[in-house]
Design a protein around this ligand. Structure first.
Ligand SMILES: [Zn+2]
Length: 203
């Protein structure tokens, strides 16, 4: 079974991270990880535009360097940009120093960003500590599962809608792997919550 809701133990272990926003308003915080890339990121931008939705993109540094025009479109549309390391590094697998250097290398191409999301949600406390001095570390409370090839697009949509509530931070991916599920889910997700009086804001 795919777990769509973040585990409370994880939240308790990392209380300094942001898992969810205020529950007092009908606002949803969409986040898109792993871009910017051609076609998929452009598709996301078009969909957000239709619903006048703002979102946050956690970009991989090397993708920004490879796709500068698409990155410019993100900036022009005034979405928020977050650091997602330069090479999509999994914190649990590497030395602390290597991790922080890779974070800094990404920051070199997005100097204004003050948001960070660890790839795979895997980061050691000693890696997070120096990053927290300058950045908010943003996790999520709803995992769409869009990147999983084991879930049908219908189920990604159904579960994402079911678990999203006021203040939710919802994780999607503008990646090739997630493309099929994302193309099915995102337009319907935006439509559903817009019709129910929700707004979509950036972090
Ligand atoms: Zn990622």
């Amino acid at each position: 079974m795919f777990i769509h809701k973040t585990n409370f133990l994880m939240r308790a272990f990392y209380p300094d991270f942001i898992w969810k926003m205020s529950e007092n308003q009908k606002v949803i915080y969409l986040t898109f990880d792993d871009g910017p890339i051609p076609e998929v990121t452009e598709f996301v931008l078009e969909q957000l535009d239709i619903y006048q939705a703002k979102a946050t993109f956690f970009c991989i540094g090397e993708n920004i360097v490879k796709n500068p025009q698409i990155f410019d479109q993100l900036l022009k549309a005034e979405h928020s940009i977050g650091n997602h390391t330069y090479n999509h590094v999994r914190g649990w697998d590497v030395e602390d120093n290597f991790y922080v250097e890779n974070f800094k290398k990404c920051q070199g191409v997005i100097p204004d960003s003050t948001l960070f999301r660890p790839p795979y949600g895997r980061i050691k406390k000693n890696q997070a500590k120096p990053i927290l001095e300058t950045h908010k570390i943003v996790m999520w409370d709803v995992l769409s599962g869009d990147y999983s090839l084991d879930i049908s697009p219908e189920n990604v949509l159904k579960k994402s809608i079911q678990h999203t509530e006021n203040g939710s931070i919802v994780l999607f991916h503008d990646s090739k792997k997630a493309e099929k599920n994302l193309r099915f889910t995102l337009p319907k997700f935006l439509k559903h919550f817009t019709e129910n009086g929700y707004q979509f804001a950036q972090l």
